[in-house]
Structure formats: C-alpha cells, structure tokens
Ligand binder design. Structure first.
Ligand code: GLN
Length: 237
C-alpha cells in the first residue's frame, strides 16, 4: 500500500467470500469517501495472499459452507486480520464472513469450528434456512436508523457479553429471529446481503465516520432511494 494518507479499504478473499454482490460494499465505501474528498486505496486480498495489517476498513462477504471453512482456516493461519483488529481497525463482515470472525461457527454438518475470534459471537446451524428480505432497527447507541437487506443462511448466532447486537429484527431472522448482526468496538458483522452498504448508505457512513471522524452529509441520491424502495418492499410482505 503506497499512499499512506488514503483511507485503506481491504477486501478480504473475494475468491472465496463474495456471494450476492458483496463487492458493492467495497465500491460504495470508496465512492462515499471520495465524494467527501477523502482519497481511498482498495487492496484486494485473495486467499493465497497475506492480509496486510495497516488497513483502515476490512471487508468480508458471504460464502457457501465449504469456501467459508477454507476462508476461516486461512485467516486463522495468516493472523493479519486478527492483528489489524487488535490495532483497532474497522472490520465489516457479512454472513459467512460474519460467522467466521466470531469465536466458533458451524460447518456444513453442524460441527463447531474455531473462528478468527475478533467478535464475541458463536454461530451454530439452525433447523431451517433463513431466506428472504430482512428489516432491522440499529442500536440507538450507534445512532439508530433502519437497515434492510437480503438473508440466506443456515447459521444462527448467539452474542457473548463483549459484543452487542447491531440491531433488533423487524422482518426476517438475522441472528435468532430477535436481533440482527453484532458489533464490538469497530468490528461489525451482519447477515445482510443486498449488498448491505449500497442498500443502507447510513451504515456505510457510520463505518467511514469511525475512521475519519465527523463527515459531511451527502445530498440524498439513488442510494437513499434504493433504501426506501427495498424497505417498503420488505415491509409490504
Ligand atoms: N454458509 C453460511 C450459512 O449458511 C453462510 C451463508 C452466506 O454467507 N450466505 O449459514
């Protein structure tokens, strides 16, 4: 990474964890930073590469059961993501990515496997797949607001005492039918695909503000329209 003043966005394992257009999270963070005049640098880290430790925001997407296991094994062996989180970097992880940054997660036969251990959550396998639109209300301690997304997962997640639920589920399942996602410091995970940040520009701005401090609001644009449109569609169900 050459430009030391740029906001460094590290996209972890697009070769294993990138279902449902999770790349959109990378693009929207970059775009919303640059609209505020904040230069960015995107570092794409495949599963054969080392995870750099000096990033600002690390992004992990969703994945199927087997690639998820491989991703967890490689992240644990590499150690770069855990060291970055220990340094206070922001991590935004979706679905399979969310499960594997926790303490344990369930494999395709429900055996518990060790995660990266940077978020105090434990995921197991549910009785049924949770599939469909999801709506949830963000913890007021994070500024509140509604988030919407698409979920497709077998896993169910319990939150330990060091983490807090990201939101309260209004429509859909999320962690357990009651809460959705979790956060601990600047490590935040969610079941929301869609992708999550283009569908929820205020969530993208929350992550940016964690790294760069107060940021100017942007004129509402297509992102806010998409948010309203998906919210109305999910609530109509
Ligand atoms: N394989 C995991 C599960 O089914 C995560 C799925 C996903 O990332 N969409 O729970």
């Amino acid at each position: 990474m050459s430009n030391t003043s740029a906001l460094r966005i590290v996209w972890i394992y697009p070769d294993l964890l990138s279902t449902y257009g999770d790349q959109g999270n990378v693009l929207i963070l970059k775009r919303r930073a640059e609209l505020r005049g904040i230069p960015t640098e995107v570092v794409r880290v495949n599963s054969s590469d080392h995870v750099p430790e000096q990033g600002d925001i690390y992004l992990l997407g969703g994945g199927e059961d087997r690639p998820q296991i491989l991703a967890a094994e490689r992240l644990r062996a590499d150690g770069g993501l855990a060291r970055a989180a220990a340094r206070g970097a922001c991590v935004f992880a979706v679905c399979a990515g969310y499960q594997i940054i926790g303490e344990t997660y369930g494999d395709d036969e429900a055996n518990p496997l060790p995660g990266v251990g940077i978020l105090d959550i434990r995921s197991g396998r549910g009785e049924s797949r949770a599939v469909g639109e999801i709506v949830a209300d963000i913890d007021p301690a994070l500024g509140g607001g509604r988030i919407t997304g698409f979920e497709n997962h077998q896993g169910r997640t319990a939150i330990g005492p060091s983490a807090r639920p990201l939101s309260t589920t209004v429509v859909g399942t999320g962690n357990d039918g009651h809460t959705e996602g979790a956060y601990q410091g600047q490590v935040l995970g969610t079941y929301l695909h869609g992708p999550a940040l283009p569908r929820n520009p205020h969530l993208a701005d929350l992550l940016l503000s964690w790294r760069v401090g107060r940021i100017a609001p942007l004129q509402p644009s297509w992102g806010e329209r998409l948010h309203e449109e998906r919210l109305a569609a999910a609530l109509r169900q």
